[in-house]
Write a protein that binds this ligand. Structure first.
Ligand code: ADP
Ligand code: MG
Length: 365
């Protein structure tokens, strides 16, 4: 097991005559035994970062340390890491046993040790009865378990996962997610996990690194990321349905009032510190409020037009528009407004978020 440190880690790709920075000076300190998830939209540099840790991609700048050793120029096989890919990457002509034993055989481990390690990993993953099958005789979920088993038998210092569940159907994905969480608890090994799926990130990570365009947006545990997103991007990326974001500005007063930028909606903000609101009055802002913090009201609030009502059984999602802005509210079952009607939605003013409209940075009030 080991601590992993990324110090201003940078990747520059040569794109013909032009060079492009894919990963910008990423700073990350993963504690020994920690489960850290890198999450962000496609193309934000997750795989590139992971591949630099694995040694599959050269490092253009900064330092990578595993344990206390600088690994920048150490070949992948000497980094003591194991990686699991989305594509499984199993050898098709080999049995599951041979796939799992492959790396140990390369290292000339004694046969008895190889057999024991493979059988132990198979027991841990509940795949003992699959060991004599070849990949084509297995389902996608079974293949991914073999790929996990192949990583486990190596007893690495660090596990790296690159979207390992993306090829599985929704139900299996949830099941494998639990399996990976359990493996982490049982093995206690440092894990770095890449996904574009924020639900996967929130459910698996001790800490989450949100990336955008190769830059770290925020590093925090799931609770903090949800409660205090550092900018409007993180606010809208984490959480389903996403946080509502309304452009506008504050007008000073007692109470201060938020006026949407189309001028059509006014939202009084009682209960918030008047001096803090006065200090940011007039500045172009984005007001953020999560769907569960917006409630149907009989008076006050925002007058919106209901576009769509989605009954999910346990709750109802109300999709509405406020001028040009789309809003989503979660309502209790039985509280469904009718589509195409006008209703009032009252945001819980104690649970609002404010962001600077230009930089997107969070403003504390
Ligand atoms: P993610 O895994 O987050 O989807 P990647 O790390 O694969 O993103 O890619 C980050 C950026 O680097 C993308 O813009 C991608 O097009 C670019 N990129 C990835 N691999 C290469 C490569 N081998 N050569 C040039 N550009 C690359
Ligand atoms: Mg990727």
């Amino acid at each position: 097991m080991a601590r992993v440190r990324l110090e201003k880690l940078r990747k520059i790709y040569q794109d013909g005559p032009r060079s492009r920075v894919a990963v910008h000076d990423v700073e990350l300190d993963v504690a020994d035994g920690e489960f850290v998830v890198l999450v962000g939209p496609s193309g934000c540099g997750k795989s590139t970062t992971l591949r630099m840790i694995a040694g599959l991609e050269s490092i253009s700048g900064g330092r990578l340390l595993i344990g206390d050793r600088v690994m920048n120029d150490v070949p992948p096989k000497d980094r003591d890491i194991a990686m699991v890919f989305q594509s499984y990457a199993l050898y098709p002509h080999m049995t599951a046993f041979d796939n799992m034993a492959f790396a140990l055989r390369l290292r000339d481990r004694p046969l008895a040790e190889i057999t024991k390690r493979v059988e132990d990993a198979a027991t841990l993953l509940g795949i003992s009865e699959l060991l004599q099958r070849k990949p084509r005789q297995m389902s996608g979920g079974e293949r991914q378990r073999i790929a996990l088993g192949r990583a486990i038998v190596r007893q690495p210092q660090v596990f790296l996962f690159d979207e390992p569940l993306s090829n599985l159907d929704a139900k299996l994905r949830v099941q494998m997610r639990r399996e990976i969480a359990r493996l982490h608890r049982q093995l206690g090994t440092t894990m770095i996990y890449v996904t574009h799926d924020q639900v996967e990130a929130m459910t698996l990570g001790d800490r989450i690194v949100v990336l955008r365009d190769g830059r770290v947006q925020q590093i925090a545990d799931p609770g903090e990321l949800y409660a205090t997103p550092r900018n409007a991007f993180v606010a809208s990326f984490i959480g389903t349905p996403p946080m509502n974001l309304i452009k506008g500005a504050i007008e000073p007063g007692t109470p201060a009032i938020f006026r949407s930028s189309d001028g059509l909606s006014l939202l009084p903000l009682p209960g918030l510190p008047v001096d803090r609101l006065t200090a940011i009055a007039g500045r172009p802002l984005i007001l953020g409020v999560r769907p569960e913090d917006v409630h149907p009201a009989t008076d006050g609030g925002l007058v919106v037009r209901v576009d769509l009502v989605e009954p999910l059984g346990n709750e109802i999602l109300v999709y509405a528009s406020l001028g040009e802005t789309e809003l989503i509210a979660r309502a209790a079952p039985g509280q469904a407004p009718s589509a195409a009607s006008s209703i009032r939605l009252q945001p819980d003013t104690a649970r609002l978020h404010f962001f600077d409209a230009e930089s997107g940075q969070r403003i504390e009030v």
